[in-house]
Design a protein around this ligand. Structure first.
Ligand code: SF4
Length: 344
């Protein structure tokens, strides 16, 4: 049995003066014990909404449906009281913004020890000792003194390390890290990634990494799920996905990565256009307005999921044609499509 088994997860928001809007559609994935899964996609692709729904932290007008089982227990069917016992204990989350994820009115000690005292029934003195050890593990200098400080006395990188330390000391089965390196400089990014990797390697913590940065995924994740417009469009082991993407959106994301061998003065490749607003997708494939390979069927029929061993992708094409070495444009006529047999 997978440690975390998510099946047909959907998220919908009720609106007072407008019809409900669905921001996540039928997303399914599994995370094995000790595994690492990266969920990637642009802003608004539904990555954060997917994991927020798992933890029961959607806004008041949000509704999640489907199944999300942690060791066989459905998180979506739990009462708030039961979910509260699991959250922060067996499943922990590092939120996106280290500058706002800590309470400015409480000391680091109070914020770090609260979970331990609540979930593990340890004394305040013991909780403090374990919090200091966790801060030392994430290389906060002079941790015994700094634990009494307030968040504003820490830099952004140090606050992110405090959040990781707080998650680490609970030794969760699953750690969800939502853009843990956004807004941090590259040296701090490298430290944070090394810490996550250490947690996974030495403690067997399963990691669900949410990011828009393919480089971060390549560094940490065994498996990848690419999301676009609230849907999973490609799932594969990271090595296979990086070697040969099968969905045009994945190909576009990888093609847009800057490369060291790019000739001086050459334009970076981009994916023209913008993702649709939630609820603004037309019929057919949501990526069609931006896709270089779109053809008539793409605009009228939702693409099927092709499953092939450990891989799957949702597209009317079964393989990805070669992409040009320049910005990709919608309806790019110069890109040869594969033989007609590749069309669904
Ligand atoms: Fe492009 Fe069509 Fe595939 Fe969508 S279904 S990604 S529009 S080729």
């Amino acid at each position: 049995m997978a440690l975390l088994d998510v099946e047909n997860l959907g998220v919908r928001y009720e609106r007072r003066d407008a019809p409900p809007v669905t921001v996540v559609h039928d997303v399914s994935f599994t995370l094995e014990a000790g595994g690492t899964l990266g969920i990637v996609g642009e802003s608004g692709s539904g990555k954060s909404q997917t994991v927020t729904a798992l933890l029961g932290l959607l806004a008041a007008n949000g509704r999640a449906h489907g199944r999300a089982c942690l060791r066989g227990e459905d998180l979506l069917a739990m009462s708030p009281a039961v979910l509260n016992r699991i959250r922060g204990d067996r499943i922990a989350m590092i939120f996106q913004d280290p500058m706002t994820s800590l309470n400015p009115f409480l000391t680091i000690e109070r914020q770090m020890t609260e979970g331990l005292q609540l979930h593990r029934n340890v004394t305040r003195r013991d909780a403090r000792r374990r919090a200091i050890e966790a801060l030392e593990r994430v290389r906060i200098p002079d941790a015994a003194r700094r634990i009494a400080m307030y968040p504003h006395e820490f830099s952004g990188g140090m606050r992110q390390r405090v959040l990781i330390a707080a998650a680490l000391m609970m030794e969760p089965d699953v750690l969800i890290a939502d853009e843990p390196t956004t807004a941090l400089d590259v040296t701090v990014q490298a430290q944070i990634m090394a810490l996550l990797s250490e947690m996974n390697r030495e403690r067997g913590t399963a990691i669900l990494l949410i990011t828009h940065d393919m480089g971060v995924v390549a560094e940490l994740c065994e498996d990848v799920m690419v999301m676009y417009a609230g849907r999973a469009v490609e799932k594969a082991p990271a090595s296979a996905l990086f070697a040969q993407p099968r969905h045009p959106y994945t190909g576009g994301l990888l093609g847009a990565l800057p490369r060291l061998d790019t000739p001086r003065g050459a334009r970076l490749r981009t994916i023209a256009g913008n993702p649709p607003l939630p609820g603004g997708e037309g019929p057919g494939c949501a990526f069609a307005p931006r896709c270089a390979f779109a053809f008539e069927r793409c605009r009228t029929h939702t693409p099927p999921f092709h499953a092939d061993g450990m891989r799957s992708h949702a597209c009317h094409l079964t393989t990805l044609p070669a992409q040009p070495d320049r910005p990709i444009q919608p309806g790019d006529a110069e890109i040869p499509l594969p033989s007609s047999g590749a069309r669904a």
